[in-house]
Design a protein around this ligand. Structure first.
Ligand code: PMP
Length: 333
């Protein structure tokens, strides 16, 4: 590892694995979290943003002064904007207005050209992803090229980034002593890229999906049916369709996790281990505990700690919000 990075971009990736002591003790397994919240933009999505931009640069479809347009739940937008700033690009970020104020404020504070749109299902032509695609086409025309639509959901540069980096890092960090990997899926880039990298090294490593309520992916894996049940306050994860990235994921099984379980785990980790994690990490850790119980004691399970709780303060530490949504309340509130 370099001791001095030449710029912000070089500091993306090579995150540590942190043992989750409570979940490990509870299951008799070694449950490890890949600390993606330590990426310089604060989330796992720095990796996808970088992989997408690098591929566009390699293919000569963007050059200095160019514009990157994307639809995002927030974290990809933060990563893209920071990388764009450091490389001399502009970013235009389309985001559903239902995402937390913290992510909206972060995007504004780093100078993103932020377009908030009403939350609409994917089939609606004004869904934020489709809106961003239309906008990218308009700007491409206006700029005479030098504009990309990052298209994180169906651009497999995303999974390739995780295959080449996140997955290989996990294999090397565990020295190949890994029995299971589990995480949730938004675009599917993480689970597909890491899953492929680990299976290629050892086909016996189990790859599991941790899916929030309100997502169709659990029913797709279990029953081959894209059916949504329930809902969730989590952000950036779950999907109603099979993206090009998710399609590549070598998945052995899935769990459907509710918010109550996820938030209980988030609060326990803050209180007992000093780890302050975001909502998708809660879904991932509950899944890791379930997988550890299924595989039995003595196994090593890795999951992703995607971002920090500070991106969700207005939900996770808002007593009124928690009561209205019938969610657990941390005892220090
Ligand atoms: N957690 C958070 C907080 C995210 O923002 C995202 C991406 N939207 C994910 C998890 C899911 O990662 P992926 O897109 O690689 O499936």
């Amino acid at each position: 590892m370099n001791s001095i990075y030449n710029n912000f971009v070089e500091a993306i990736g090579n995150t540590p694995l942190i043992r989750l002591n409570g979940p490990s003790k509870e299951t008799g397994c070694n449950i490890l979290g890949k600390a993606e919240f330590l990426n310089p933009g604060g989330s796992v999505k720095d990796r996808a943003a970088l992989a997408i931009i690098k591929e566009a640069e390699e293919n000569n479809i963007i050059k200095k002064g160019g514009t990157i347009v994307e639809g995002t739940a927030g974290n990809t937008g933060i990563g893209l904007t920071l990388i764009a700033n450091s490389k001399g690009y502009k970013s235009i970020i389309v985001m559903p207005e239902t995402q937390t104020k913290e992510k909206i404020d972060t995007l504004r504070s780093i100078g993103a050209d932020l377009r908030l749109v009403p939350a609409k299902p994917y089939k609606d032509p004004d869904n934020y992803i489709k809106f961003s695609e239309k906008l990218a086409k308009e700007i491409y025309k206006k700029n005479n090229g030098n504009t990309i639509w990052a298209n994180q959901f169906d651009n497999t540069a995303n999974l390739n980034g995780h295959y080449n980096n996140t997955g290989k890092e996990i294999w090397n960090q565990t020295k190949g002593k890994i029995d299971g990997f589990i995480c949730s899926s938004g675009t599917g880039g993480t689970i597909a890229g890491v899953g492929k990298a680990l299976k290629e090294k050892n086909n016996k490593v189990k790859i599991y999906l941790s899916d929030p309520k309100g997502s169709a992916l659990y029913n797709f894996i279990k029953f081959n049916e894209l059916k949504i049940e329930g809902n969730s306050i989590t952000e950036g994860i779950g999907n109603s369709r099979i993206t090009a990235n998710f399609k590549e994921a070598p998945i052995d099984g899935a769990y459907s996790i509710n918010d109550h379980e996820a938030l209980t785990e988030i609060y326990k980790l803050i209180e007992n281990e000093g780890l302050c994690l975001g909502t998708s990490s809660g879904i991932n850790i509950v899944g890791a505990i379930k997988l550890a119980k299924e595989l039995g004691p003595g196994k090593t399970i890795v999951t992703i700690l995607c971002d920090k709780s500070d991106r969700y303060h207005s939900k996770l530490f808002n007593k009124e919000f928690l009561i209205i949504n019938n969610l657990p309340i941390p005892n220090w509130l």
